[in-house]
Design a protein around this ligand. Structure first.
Ligand code: UFG
Length: 325
C-alpha cells in the first residue's frame, strides 16, 4: 500500500509512519515542519516539505498516486483554540477541506483522520463510547468534529471511505526506542513531568485538586502512541477491505489521575519531580475514560503498551537521550 501522511513528521505521525513501514508499506510524509522535525522522518520514507494550505503543492504530491491518506496535520492545543479560533479554523478546517478535495480529485479514496475525544466535550457518562453525544467544549474539538462531518459528506457524495480515530490522551514513545525527537513546547502532562525530572523545568503544576475524583485531581485515559500507530494501520486495512467508514475511540479504558501520574514518574525515574497544587485549568472535565470495545470488535485492536510503567519509561528514555547529548 502507498500511504501519504499529512503531518507525518510530528510526534504521533512519526510513530504512524513507522507502523506502516514496519509491514512494508510505502510511506510519504507531507509536513511543513511547524511542529514536526525533519529528523523524525524515518529512513526510507519520502518527504515533502509543504503546507496543507498550499493547494497546488498538496495536489502535485497527491497526483503521484496514493492508496490512502492519513491526516495528522492539525493544531491541537485546546486552550489556545479558545483564544485564537481563526488559527484553528484556517489550518484545521480549511486545510482538511483542501486535502480531502485534492485526495478525491486524484483518486485517493481512503482517508484516516486523526480525531479526538475532544469531540465529546463534558462526559454525560463514563466510559465514553462512540454513541456518546458530541458537544465539544473547546474550539479545537469542534474543528475535529467539523472535519469528521465533512468526511461523512464526501463519503456520501463522492464515495470516499474514512476512518475517524478519536484518540484519548496520547502519550509514550516508540517501544523500540527508534523515535528520539522531542515535541517543541509541549503542553501535555507527561512531557511536562519529564521536563521536570530532567531539570529543564522547576516543578509540575497540578491543575485542580478539588475535583470529584478519589484524589481530587483529573482522571484521563492515556494511550500509548505505539498502540495508536497500530490502530491507524488496522483502520486503513478495515476501510479498504470493507469499503465502509468507521468512527472509533482509541483509549486504554483505564483512568489515571494527575497525581498518580506524577507519583509513578517519581518511582520510575528516581527523581524528586517537585509539584505544586494549583487552581483548576478552565475547560478540563474531571474524568475522561474511553470504551474501546468498538475498536476491539471491528479493528481487532487493543492497547498493548498503555500501562503507566511503559508510558513513562518509554518517554523517560527519550528525555534522557536528549539531555545526555
Ligand atoms: N495537567 C496538569 N498540569 C500540567 C499539564 C496538565 O495538571 O502542567 C493536567 C490537566 O489539567 C489534565 C491532565 O493533566 O487534567 C491532562 O492534561 P493534558 O493537557 O495532557 O491533556 P488533555 O486531557 O487536556 O487533552 C489531551 C490532548 C487533546 C485531546 C484530549 C483527549 O491534548 O488534544 O487529550 O482526551 F483532545
Amino acid at each position: 500500500m502507498k500511504v501519504l501522511l499529512f503531518g507525518g513528521a510530528g510526534y504521533i505521525g512519526t510513530h504512524v509512519a513507522m507502523a506502516f513501514m514496519d509491514r512494508g508499506d510505502t510511506v510519504g510524509i507531507y509536513d511543513n515542519l511547524s511542529t514536526g522535525l525533519r529528523s523524525n522522518v524515518p529512513e526510507g520514507a519520502y518527504f515533502y516539505e509543504g503546507d496543507i494550505l498550499d493547494r497546488e503543492h498538496v495536489s502535485a504530491v497527491l497526483s503521484e498516486g496514493w492508496d490512502a491518506a492519513v491526516h495528522l496535520a492539525a493544531f491541537k492545543a485546546a486552550g489556545e483554540s479558545m483564544i485564537k479560533p481563526e488559527k484553528y479554523s484556517e489550518n484545521n478546517i480549511t486545510g482538511s477541506l483542501i486535502i480531502m478535495t485534492e485526495c478525491e480529485k486524484h483518486g485517493c479514496m481512503n482517508f484516516i483522520l486523526s480525531s479526538s475525544a475532544a469531540t465529546y466535550g463534558e462526559p454525560q457518562y463514563i466510559p465514553i463510547d462512540e454513541n456518546h453525544p458530541t458537544n465539544p467544549e473547546n474550539y479545537y474539538g469542534y474543528t475535529k468534529l467539523a472535519i469528521e462531518q465533512n468526511l461523512a459528506w464526501y463519503s456520501k457524495l463522492r464515495g470516499m471511505h474514512f476512518a475517524a480515530l478519536r484518540y484519548f490522551n496520547a502519550a509514550g514513545y516508540d517501544t523500540e526506542g527508534r523515535m528520539l525527537g522531542l515535541e517543541k513546547n509541549p503542553a501535555n502532562l507527561l512531557p511536562i513531568i519529564m521536563e521536570c525530572a530532567c531539570g529543564m523545568r522547576e516543578k509540575v503544576g497540578i491543575f485542580g485538586t478539588d475535583y470529584d475524583t478519589p484524589d481530587g485531581t483529573c482522571i484521563r485515559d492515556y494511550v500509548h502512541v505505539t498502540d495508536l500507530a497500530d490502530a491507524h494501520v488496522a483502520a486503513a486495512d478495515y476501510i479498504m477491505k470493507n469499503s465502509k467508514n468507521i468512527i472509533v475511540n482509541l483509549g486504554s479504558e483505564t483512568g489515571i489521575s494527575v497525581r498518580e501520574m506524577v507519583e509513578a514518574a517519581r518511582r520510575i525515574t528516581g527523581k524528586p519531580i517537585p509539584s505544586e497544587d494549583q487552581p483548576r485549568r478552565p475547560g478540563d472535565p474531571a474524568r475522561l475514560v474511553a470504551s474501546s470495545s468498538l475498536a476491539h470488535k471491528e479493528l481487532g485492536w487493543t492497547a498493548k503498551h498503555s500501562d503507566v510503567d511503559t508510558l513513562i519509561s518509554s518517554t523517560w528514555k527519550v528525555y534522557l537521550a536528549n539531555t545526555a547529548r
